[in-house]
Design a protein around this ligand. Structure first.
Ligand code: HEC
Length: 101
């Protein structure tokens, strides 16, 4: 009789611990939709952005990144980086920034 009580107690603890484990994660699942995707700029992309904004609006307006595709930007940046007297690496950072999406 004593063993039966012990067995029941152990069983009860097992059931309780299993039940509480499985109920914890589901209680935390968010019901609202995920927030809109935000683009986090890495240091290099942030540098590309500032290089672009500071060097590429001297002769004309600042073109928007989405006005040209990555294929179109490549020859443009190559041509414009010379006009802006930038190094290849700086041009590359500008290109990466303009084509990240
Ligand atoms: C010294 C002046 C000057 C600077 C600095 C300059 N541009 Fe330009 N850009 C021009 C001129 C002039 C044109 C139009 C003639 C041409 O396409 O060469 C032009 C055209 C453009 C166009 C339109 C190209 C097309 O094919 O329609 C884009 C985009 C552009 N530039 C991007 C840039 C970017 C990015 C930079 C910075 C790396 C930059 N520009 C810096 C003078 C400049």
């Amino acid at each position: 009789m004593k063993y039966k009580v012990m067995a029941l107690a152990v069983l009860a603890v097992l059931i309780y611990s299993c039940a509480s484990k499985s109920s914890v994660p589901t209680a935390d699942v968010p019901t609202k939709p995920a927030p809109p995707k935000t683009v986090v700029l890495t240091a290099d992309l942030a540098e590309g952005k500032s290089l672009y904004e500071n060097n590429c609006a001297k002769c004309h307006r600042l073109y928007e990144a989405k006005e040209f595709s990555a294929e179109e930007w490549q020859p443009i940046v190559a041509r414009m980086q010379k006009k802006a007297h930038l190094e290849d690496l700086q041009g590359q950072k500008i290109y990466n920034y303009l084509t990240m999406k």
